[in-house]
Design a protein around this ligand. Structure first.
Ligand SMILES: NCc1[nH]cc(CCC(=O)O)c1CC(=O)O
Length: 309
């Protein structure tokens, strides 16, 4: 029997995700092994992500390994995956979503919420939404994998730092002192895992199809369509979350100015079977209600840089 080779980065979160897929493949009665690959996103830590000028920094090295025939599949945090996949690489499964929320990890004293706080994040989306809600606060840049960021928070005088709840839970590192940011719109596809395979690898694709969660697949499709239509190749502070209840998709998306002062929100629902163009409809709604002007301003500042989160 062919062994499915899973390309993976070596961060604790990436390994957890790759091992989870390995176990699921083995539970179906097939063989799988991990192939470690180093990613530039994990190596360059001194610059904000959006300044690195590379799209899909976390995923590119694994794409290269797959295209070079060194790995059959890769497991990604779906929010780190560019909305257009490289030629020859296709979506093979979207796993059932873990919690989608962001959380603030702090140091026990929450008085800063009411006063002059300093919180750390490397994400434009988190920064903009934080400053919108807490305009008197400072936001500092914070890079690195989840473990590195937790360590940096401990080593610095910041009051808190923002993380994806799913990422901390997966590696069982959620600190006791934290607040779930249920008001913050998560990154498109946050909490979901995407497994990609080679387009021509029917054997592997047929196995992975059994791992696909239909509702998560649909929701992340809507969120990523919203992102793709809105940003048009540039990275802006954009959040999106779709959920399904009683066969209805409920969607909330937001575009923010970099300083968080401006906020354009769309909330919309549609029957589940009409999901295919829904993200684009929601994005067009934002673009027609001030979003085009705001995106133009954001592009002038960020251009020619672009990356995900
Ligand atoms: N930006 C890096 C990243 N990519 C995926 C996750 C966590 C898992 C997920 O959101 O699906 C994280 C960590 C974080 O944002 O705190």
């Amino acid at each position: 029997m062919k062994t499915i080779r899973i390309g993976t980065r070596d961060s604790e979160l990436a390994l957890w995700q790759a091992n989870t897929v390995k176990s699921k493949i083995e539970s179906l009665g097939y063989k799988a092994e991990l192939v470690p690959v180093k990613s530039t996103g994990d190596i360059i830590l001194d610059k904000p992500l959006y300044e690195l000028g590379i799209t899909g920094i976390f995923t590119k090295t694994l794409d290269v390994a797959m295209l070079a025939g060194k790995a059959d599949i890769a497991v990604h945090s779906m929010k780190d995956v560019p909305t257009l996949l490289p030629k020859g690489i296709v979506k093979a499964a979207v796993l059932k979503r873990a919690p989608s929320e962001d959380i603030l990890v702090h140091k026990g004293n929450t008085a800063f919420f009411e006063g002059n706080g300093t919180i750390a994040t490397g994400s434009l989306r988190r920064k903009a939404q934080w400053l919108h809600k807490y305009p008197q606060h400072q936001v500092e840049d914070l890079r690195g994998n989840v473990n590195t960021r937790l360590q940096k928070l401990e080593d610095n005088s910041w009051d808190g730092a923002i993380f994806a709840k799913a990422g901390l839970e997966r590696i069982e590192l959620t600190p006791e002192n934290h607040t779930v940011l249920d008001w913050m719109i998560p990154a498109p596809a946050q909490g979901a895992m995407l497994v990609v395979a080679m387009e021509n690898d029917t054997y592997t694709k047929n196995i992975l199809a059994k791992l696909n969660d239909e509702d998560t697949d649909i929701c992340t499709h809507v969120e990523r369509d919203f992102l793709r239509t809105l940003e048009g190749g540039c990275t802006a502070p954009i959040g999106a979350l779709a959920t399904i209840e009683n066969n209805v998709i409920n969607f909330k998306g937001g575009l923010f100015s970099l300083d968080g002062k401006q906020k354009l929100i769309v909330e919309n629902s549609i029957a589940k079977e009409s999901f295919s163009n829904f993200g684009n409809i929601c994005a067009t709604n934002v673009l027609n209600n001030g979003g085009s002007e705001l995106m133009k301003k954001i592009r002038e500042v960020l251009k020619p840089k672009s990356t995900n989160e």
